[in-house]
Design a protein around this ligand. Structure first.
Ligand code: ASP
Ligand code: MG
Length: 406
């Protein structure tokens, strides 16, 4: 007997019919003799609708009330799934975040889980009852409902698996695993049997949408056995593992891309100690996540150009913050652009195999694609390019690194 956490995303619970299919999957696991906790998302599209309504009622809405509204999507699906399970003879009970409780900090809209008290649900699970848990939500120190940020039910599932000391956390989704690249953009992409936590983390933060980045970081920290698999087929998925069993593998395991990027250049900004600290300090205070940064010498002495990227959704706020910064620091101009795309090649084998950067840059050069910004980690190289070249770039890189399916 194992203790298993199963998570079903929005498309998997997108209709009553699908919820019934999920109930059958859960029943099969229960019939195999396992203890099961199920974490679900809202029906696909439901959270977007709730977000839209909140915005329509007030553009600068109170984050506490935003959470009150957007957390409701999951309340519907846990209730429906519990009913569907009971209907086929499975003992099941629904749980909202506060009922467990899942304690979070007070960062409404992007809260972090601090602890999960599993006493009540483990008692029930030990008696054979399936716990159907609302993903994406918790309860803050102010006793108000919090949500974990979009895509947060992956994090709920991994956190619950860690707190329950589960043997496995299965993330059921609308794709059958993690691919070398998004198959909608690269038809020759292949499903990976394994990917390491580190690679998955870089892929997710590089824009691969399969798992919320925070959920991967949490799984890595707590050594949660994670599997990504299809809720529509009975096939093994991709195991996210600590170490790759195949040592001879390609230098690159996968390619991720993200269009949610904007580039900002501060032209001819003063070049003296403390300038970068002031600029990036102001952005950090505004909770704006800066990703890639390059600094180059400007033509004038004593001046420099700083270029960096931020999420496209934060561009307006970034401009505002920097307008204020430019009142205290001399800077000739600020140029911004959101027609850009970040492409990342990822692989742990890069550590021992040189030449990845060379292949990447040569491949892009051959296609006449200009690289605007570069950043690297031990296991990843990212570039910013014009978004028009996204498909050409990812497809060419996918071939160049030998990832194409035969
Ligand atoms: N329903 C939430 C969202 O759409 C959480 C999730 O699906 O993971 O972002
Ligand atoms: Mg998701």
């Amino acid at each position: 007997m194992a203790r298993i956490v199963q998570k079903f995303g929005g498309t998997s619970v997108g209709s009553v019919e699908r919820i019934k299919a999920v109930a059958q999957k859960v029943k099969a696991t229960v019939d195999d003799g396992h203890e099961v906790a199920v974490v679900v998302s809202a029906m696909s599209g439901a959270t977007n609708q709730l977000v839209t309504w909140a915005k329509e009622c007030g553009a600068f809405h109170d984050a506490r009330e935003y959470d009150t509204v957007v957390a409701t999507g999951e309340q519907v699906t846990i209730g429906l799934l519990a009913i569907a399970l009971q209907d086929i003879g499975v003992d099941a009970r629904s749980w909202l975040g506060w009922q467990i409780p899942v304690h979070t900090d007070d960062a409404h809209g992007a809260a972090r889980i601090e602890s999960i008290d599993t006493t009540k649900i483990t008692n029930r699970m030990a008696k054979g009852q399936v716990a159907v848990v609302a993903g994406f939500q918790g309860i803050g120190p102010d006793h108000r409902i919090t949500t974990l940020g979009r895509g947060g039910s992956d994090t709920s599932a991994v956190a619950l698996a860690a707190a329950l000391n589960a043997d496995r956390c299965d993330i059921f989704t609308d794709v059958d695993g993690v691919y070398t690249c998004d198959p909608r953009v690269v038809p020759k992409a292949q499903k990976l049997n394994h990917i390491t936590f580190e690679e998955m983390l870089e892929m997710a933060s590089g824009g691969a949408k399969v798992l919320q980045t925070r959920s991967v970081a949490m799984a890595m920290r707590h050594k949660v056995k994670l599997q990504v698999l299809s809720s529509f087929e009975d096939l093994p998925g991709t195991m996210v593992v600590e170490e790759e069993p195949d040592m001879e593998k390609n230098s690159v395991s996968g390619i991720a891309f993200s269009l949610d990027e904007a580039k900002v250049t501060l032209v001819a900004i003063e070049d003296s100690p403390g300038i970068a600290a002031t600029v990036f300090g102001a952005l950090a205070d505004a909770h704006i996540n800066v990703d890639m940064i390059v600094q180059t010498a400007a033509s004038e002495p004593g001046k420099t150009d700083i270029t960096f990227s931020v999420p496209e959704t934060d561009l307006e706020r970034t401009r505002k913050v920097l307008d204020d910064v430019r009142k205290i620091i001399t800077c000739a101009d600020m140029i911004t652009s959101s027609d850009i795309c970040k492409i990342s090649v990822v692989g742990v084998a890069m550590r021992s195999q040189p030449g990845v950067a060379k292949t990447m840059f040569e491949t892009l050069a051959d296609k006449g694609i200009n690289i605007e910004v570069i950043s690297t980690s031990e296991i990843k190289i990212s570039v910013l390019i014009a978004s028009d070249y996204k498909e050409l770039a990812v497809r060419s890189l996918h071939s160049a690194f030998g990832l194409d399916a035969n």
